[in-house]
Ligand binder design. Structure first.
Ligand SMILES: [Fe+2]
Length: 252
């Protein structure tokens, strides 16, 4: 089945692809990175020209309340990877060699994200030739982001981590989580997606919905933590955003 057909049928597409090693490496590397103190981590923060998601590397989330989650912004740790990160880190004299394996895994996943989403965008072009999606994507090279998340949990606390919402950009690819927490569907009827570790989940955001006049629907989703106190683990997730430069002020 084509990616778009799957999205139309289920709201999202499941894509078999060998990612599990890189997802584990991405999470392990991030965990190791987070062992460094805040000042050290902040050396890895770089500004970009993007309107939103405007930092790459470590994204400090100090102070304030996120209107989407109604949690303090420092409720989770965020790391953004894109192709400019390594060069900029070298320029700043950071120890890139220490993170070689981690960045290799991130680069692999970034590429997978681009490949998968480009395929979906090509299908969109076939379906709606007037949109010229692929042409637009060429113009906005650098707007894709691989995002690593680590949620600060209190042991044994369960419940919603990310309130239900739809994403703003064209496509999101969820590469993996160490604990199943992503639920999709409609308000009041949310479901976990049963999948193995080599399945990526692709779903449309608001930009896909508006560009196709509603032919694709932005997928409503939330993140919950179903863990019990006894075997509690920190939660990590690896996600890719395709064409993620959306008007300022609309980003969670
Ligand atoms: Fe989201």
């Amino acid at each position: 089945m084509s990616i778009l057909n799957a999205i139309k049928q289920n709201g999202f597409a499941e894509l078999k692809t060998s990612i599990s090693d890189d997802v584990v490496k991405a999470m392990d590397g991030f965990e190791r990175f987070l062992n460094y103190d805040f000042a050290e981590r902040k050396k890895w923060t770089f500004d970009t020209a993007r309107m939103v998601n405007s930092q790459i590397g470590y994204v400090p989330r100090e102070g304030g309340i996120n209107p989407m989650t109604r949690q303090p912004y420092d409720f989770k740790d965020v790391f953004h990877f894109d192709r400019s990160l390594l060069a900029r880190a070298k320029e700043r004299g950071l120890n890139v060699a220490e993170w070689k394996d981690w960045f290799e895994a991130l680069e692999n996943l970034y590429k997978k994200g681009e490949d998968i989403c480009s395929k979906a965008a090509e299908e969109l072009d076939t379906l709606h030739p007037g949109l010229k999606i692929m042409e637009r994507i060429k113009h906005i090279e650098g707007n894709d982001i691989l995002r690593l998340l680590h949620y600060h949990m209190k042991k044994g606390e369960t419940g919603v981590l990310g309130r239900g919402h739809t994403d703003e950009w064209l496509f999101t690819v969820n590469f993996g989580e160490n604990i199943p927490g992503l639920r999709v569907g409609e308000q009041g009827n949310m479901q976990f997606i049963a999948r193995d570790k080599n399945t990526a989940i692709l779903y449309p955001g608001k930009k896909a919905e508006s560009l196709t006049n509603g032919d694709l629907k932005a997928l409503y989703h939330e993140v919950v933590d179903p863990q019990l106190k006894e075997d509690f683990k920190d939660r990590f997730a690896v996600t890719f955003f395709f064409d993620a430069n959306v008007p300022a002020g609309r980003m969670m």
